[in-house]
Design a protein around this ligand. Structure first.
Ligand code: AMP
Ligand code: ZN
Ligand code: FE
Ligand code: FE
Length: 283
């Protein structure tokens, strides 16, 4: 059984529609795929329908933006109630903050690049969660950079003078809210040192005490040493581990199924999920 628990669609900053992500997952030989768009569950219904047609299992999820000491932490939530008012409110606040933050970044970029807010909006599908990848796409369309990678390495990097952080909830609080919504929280790429982060072991332990259930260990942004360390930490804290692609379609080099999750971890995830509304959201 091939299981990939972290992908993005045009509901946030991926380049394929939710249905196309599922079709690509089927082509890649996956049996189980999670759709985990940033701060939104708007792709769930389309993805669930596509998975039903193609005979895959769709695990509905969200990648929740959090901030800790000013460092960005991504919390994956699986199988929560998509109607839970507290979680829904928290995600709506994050999306709103992302819009304000993206507008500020564009204001800083305009004098040097000519980039306008309308250029960015042209890159965003409907009500998708906006992010730096959309600003990157607008810079590509203007011919300022050649691709998202170049944009992130230069103008959009966290160290760039054009960078503005978004506001986002504390990860421990987000863990509590996910659990109250019947979902299963897993820290995404906890050791991705390439991104100039990272969360300390003691901070992961505090999240585990609040109900965090798993660690995403096998991810392309983790070195072998980081994976070994995270495996030990997961064992010490009795957390399950996952492996995932963090697929963004053509927007990143990550390929579906490049890292996968053991069926035993998915069993533990399923056993912790309490919401019955996740797989078949209310109309
Ligand atoms: P934001 O959420 O607006 O802070 O932007 C971060 C998002 O950009 C994450 O989802 C990353 O997957 C994506 N990202 C980071 N680096 C790159 C890159 N080099 N190329 C494409 N996307 C990237
Ligand atoms: Zn992304
Ligand atoms: Fe992430
Ligand atoms: Fe992601």
């Amino acid at each position: 059984m091939r299981i990939d628990l972290h992908t993005h669609s045009t509901a946030s900053d991926g380049t394929q529609s939710p249905a196309d992500v599922i079709a690509s997952a089927a082509q890649a030989g996956l049996d189980v795929v999670a759709l985990t768009d940033h701060d939104t569950s708007s792709g769930w219904q389309e993805a669930t329908a596509a998975a039903d047609r193609l005979g895959l299992r769709l695990v509905p999820g969200v990648e929740i933006s959090c901030l800790l000491r000013g460092v960005s932490v991504h919390l994956l939530s699986y199988l929560h109630d998509p109607e839970d008012p507290v979680l829904v409110g928290m995600l709506a606040e994050s999306r709103a903050s992302r819009v304000g933050r993206a507008r500020q970044m564009v204001e800083r970029l305009t004098p040097d690049t000519g980039l306008r807010w309308d250029d960015v909006l042209e890159q965003v599908h409907g009500a998708a969660t906006i992010g730096r990848p959309h600003i990157a796409d607008a810079l590509v369309a203007r011919g300022v950079v050649t691709d998202r990678d170049e944009a992130f390495a230069t103008l959009l990097s966290g160290r760039s003078k054009y960078f503005v952080p978004q506001t986002a909830p504390d990860p421990v609080e987000a863990v509590r809210r996910v659990r109250r919504a019947g979902g299963v929280p897993v820290v995404a790429h906890p050791a991705a040192s390439k991104r100039g982060c990272c969360i300390a072991d003691s901070e992961i332990e505090a999240m585990a005490e609040a109900g965090m259930a798993g660690l995403e260990v096998d991810h392309r942004d983790h070195s072998d040493g980081e994976r070994a360390h995270l495996r030990d930490l997961a064992r010490d804290l009795d957390l399950f581990i996952t492996g995932s692609s963090d697929y963004h379609g053509a927007g990143k080099q990550n390929r579906l199924g490049e890292n996968t999750t053991d069926p035993e971890s998915l069993e533990r995830l399923d056993a912790l999920a309490v919401s019955t509304r996740a797989v078949h959201p209310l109309p």
